[in-house]
Ligand binder design. Sequence first.
Ligand SMILES: Cc1ncc(COP(=O)(O)O)c(C=O)c1O
Length: 439
Amino acid sequence: MNGELRDAAREYLIRYGGDRFEQLFTRAIGSRVFDDTGREILDFTSGQMCATLGHNHPAIVRAIQAAGEQALHLFSGMVPEVVAQLARTLAEDWLPAPLRKSLLVNTGSESNEAALRLAKLYTGGYEVLAIGGSWHGVTGGAASVSFASDRRGYGPPVPGVHVIPEPNVYRPPIPAPTGAQAAMACLEMGLRQFDMQTRGAPAAIIVEPVISAGGVIVPPRCFMQGLREAADERGMLLIFDEAQTAFGRIGETFGAIYHGVVPDIMTLSKTLGGGVPLAATVTSERIEERAHAAGFSFYTSHVSDPLPARVGLAVLHTIRSEQLIERARCQGAYLREQLLELQRRHEAIGDVRGAGLLLGVELVKDRHTRTPDHELGALTTARCFELGLSMNIRRRPERGAVWRIAPPLTVSTEEIDRAVAMLDQALTESVQALAQRAR
Ligand SMILES: Cc1ncc(COP(=O)(O)O)c(C=O)c1O
């Protein structure tokens, strides 16, 4: 049976990129997933960075059951009660002022499309500044402002997009004495280029509070504050894409709080639905009012759907009741300490970075030159999977070989210890294998 279904997957599915495993998967619970041979694997990517409560948390399962008894889907103009509840909960219990108004959609890409459309309508402009190495999604507008995804072969992107080099303080595009100075040099360079090239129609600056797919790059606070000033000076709206950073993953409610900078628009996705497709674009009353007056529309089949909204409410409630933000902070500190301990023993670990439970470990050929070791990255990731640990390797040639480690916020200390032991073993064996190969 396993073989037959694996054949069916090969025969009938379009291959959609990324790393795909040979086996199929059957079940997921907490920090564990199970493949079609019954093998248990520790999931240190929380699915696709969504399952912050762990897989199949009972609160989510109950919410889905309740939706089945009430309403799964409605005409998009019929706002379900649970959607009003979720928008109120976000505004009153979570969002930093003046963000208060939500549009509830399904995916991160969609939430960013909506954010860009809002900014364009509000400002009357169309030019967007984005950050090198970022990932905002695969749909037209979102893909146009993404640089960690594949851009080649799909025709012209949306016009008017400009890039600020990523503020990577470990491997700075523009070297400087300190990380903060290197980041600010990137900002200055990007703004100078933009000011030279602008057609006089600026609309938005879009940024991830932690540039995750680009190699788990945490921009220094001064860089994010600089973006706020740059947006204000140019009459642009500042958009924070908080797909991965919202609701506890980085040990704070939002990246906006972490950096002490409030954007004009925030997009929320992966961590809002806890594994169910739910996303939101949120903004202030003032911006919503003006966009509405200008005819803003983002009318989709699943806008304001009741099933994901009910799940979103359960996710938010559980994050508070299980104190998962505090947990991300303390388990994140513990995991980071274990990774730093690995770094002390493994010359190949050049850098350990990140925030809360969103951590990056960069592998290098030599700590002095910081040359990325892509081969070692691929080998260790594959070996970890054989040993029973799933985590992600970011390996774009221009951006280093970075393990991205982001277990559910519910991860136990024992699970962290087990994962670190597998990383240790995989790294030791892979370094030996590469040395033997070189002989
Ligand atoms: C920061 C960020 N924004 C947006 C997206 C796109 O979200 P989705 O895949 O749900 O469209 C992703 C997906 O990885 C992401 O990491």
